[in-house]
Design a binder for this molecule. Structure first.
Ligand code: AMP
Length: 484
């Protein structure tokens, strides 16, 4: 098994000036990444707690990750788009000794000693830094939506990450030294699919920031300046990018490989992409954060497109096994499975079995195995995906009910062509008001302090009471049918 820090050291020896990370004009070479992460590791080497990395698409977030691996303490990435209350909740759970703040001091932290970019630059390292992380240590903890209103911290062990990076290496048909594109913020584990496989093979990691996602012109400029070879994103992101007419093989010949994960890859999206890039290699991969990013893959060839709609998610990777329960729920077993949710025994017990030699995780996904391929067929619970973002409808509902303006509420996903396009809140208000627009605004303001923008329902419908099923539960199906 290769070890990430050893691999990096050998790249630094052979090609110190190759670019490791690029975000607009912020660039770090492999030598700089190694030096700066040594300095950070030196600063935090005594820490027993994971370091929180707070920022957006700065190359210093990668310095934070490598520094945390060298120091052996692991890290918790938090993107600046996460609302302050939620960030505070995560930090309280993680109880870090250190926080690397790459955001130019945009937030006051209640726990942990803040380290800035300048602190790293000004640190002198007086002894050689060896990696202190062992295979069973938790390398990162990524927080995902939790139904009770509290995010769950998924803990991933170092050996799981290495196994994942090696598997990605086996799928990568372009080899070393490629230009990789990373779309996902670091608080989503899809970013892990670009970061480590890229650095593992001496490539350059190109970071897409939120402005580029909002303004296609900026994204287009970035793509024109950098000949990307390997693309890692959600299917929703490529759908948006396919609106750029320049994104096609003749005008953009460098782009030869795509990895998708995080949500359904719609047949029509895959088809449109193969028409734009007929000679590219396209992978659909599947997995939850709880099983280290992805556990299955399939190359989307013309034959697969011809044969299947919806598309399969393919075959399971080495070291992991898949099975289904009598109810059709997919169970994932093996070293890819997380060490459980951070300080959340109850939720951990509900979905993980961590006893014995093999860890297992009940994914909540419905799945079937046919023609030697796995297919994902929806959820057994109220978790949904919208534009690649994972969320528990119950989490939004819990926060909604905490608003003084809300007596009762449920959240309904609205579907178009099989994908969730928006959320609608069905609300019984706690007081009768004249102006619904004002009420809607007041509720949204309440939600904003706890929920990320993408989890806030776009619209509300007002009800006197929520309809009930014959056994007295809220009739979600009825409301969903009416609103869809
Ligand atoms: P996350 O933990 O954010 O990566 O979300 C994991 C969930 O996204 C899975 O449990 C699935 O419900 C869904 N998912 C991920 N990849 C795929 C895929 N290729 N096809 C269908 N659903 C997917």
């Amino acid at each position: 098994m290769k070890e990430i820090i050893n691999v990096l050291k050998s790249i630094v020896k052979e090609k110190p000036d190759n670019i490791a990370v690029r975000h607009t004009d912020e660039i770090l070479s492999y030598q700089e990444l190694d030096d700066l992460s040594d300095r950070l590791a030196y600063l935090i080497k005594e820490s027993q707690q994971p370091i929180v990395l707070y920022g957006h698409m700065s190359p210093y977030m990668i310095v934070g990750m490598i520094g945390a691996i060298k120091a052996g303490c692991g890290y918790v990435p938090i993107d600046t788009s996460v609302p302050d209350d939620r960030t505070a909740m995560i930090i309280e759970k993680a109880t870090p000794e250190y926080i690397l703040d790459v955001s130019q001091g945009s937030l006051d932290f209640q726990h942990g000693k803040v380290i800035t970019i300048e602190d790293i630059q000004n640190t002198e390292v007086s002894e050689p830094i060896e990696s202190r992380m062992s295979p069973e240590d938790v390398v990162y903890t990524i927080f995902t939506s939790g139904s009770t209103g509290e995010p769950k911290g998924v803990q991933i062990q170092y050996s799981s990450l290495i196994e994942f990076a090696e598997w990605m290496d086996s799928l990568n048909q372009l080899g070393e030294g490629q230009e990789w594109l990373n779309q996902a913020p670091f608080s989503f584990d899809l970013s892990v699919m670009a970061i480590y496989p890229c650095l593992f093979t001496g490539g350059t990691l190109n970071l897409v920031d939120k402005d580029m996602i909002k303004k296609p012109k900026l994204l287009n400029d970035m793509l024109q300046q950098t000949p990307i070879n390997v693309w890692v994103s959600t299917p929703s992101f490529i759908e948006m990018c396919l609106l750029l007419p320049t994104l096609e093989e003749k005008q953009y010949p460098s782009l030869k490989q795509f990895f998708f994960c995080g949500e359904i890859l719609p047949h029509r999206t895959a088809k449109a992409l193969t028409e734009r890039f007929p000679s590219a290699v396209i992978y659909n991969t599947y997995g939850p954060t709880e099983a280290t990013v992805a556990v299955t893959s399939v190359q989307i060839t013309p034959e697969i497109l011809e044969q299947y709609n919806p598309l399969p998610v393919g075959q399971v990777r080495p070291g992991t096994t898949l099975s289904t329960t009598d109810e059709g729920e997919l169970v994932i077993s093996g070293n890819s499975v997380s060490a459980g949710y951070l300080k959340n025994e109850e939720k951990t017990k509900e979905v993980f079995n961590l006893k014995g030699d093999t860890r297992t995780y009940h994914s909540g996904d419905k799945a079937k195995f046919e023609d030697q391929q796995w297919f994902i067929q929806g959820r057994i619970d109220f978790q949904i995906k919208m534009n690649g973002y994972r969320m528990e409808l119950e989490e939004i509902e819990t926060i909604l009910r905490q608003s003084e303006h809300v007596k009762e509420a449920i959240v309904v996903p609205i579907y178009k062509n099989g994908k969730v396009t928006q959320l609608i809140g069905a609300v019984v208000p706690s007081e009768t008001v004249e102006d619904n627009a004002e009420l809607s605004h007041a509720i949204k303001t309440d939600l904003k302090s706890s929920l990320p923008e993408y989890m806030i329902p776009r619209k509300f419908v007002w009800m006197d009471q929520l309809p009930l099923t014959s056994n007295g539960k809220i009739d979600r199906k009825k409301i969903a049918e009416e609103l869809n």
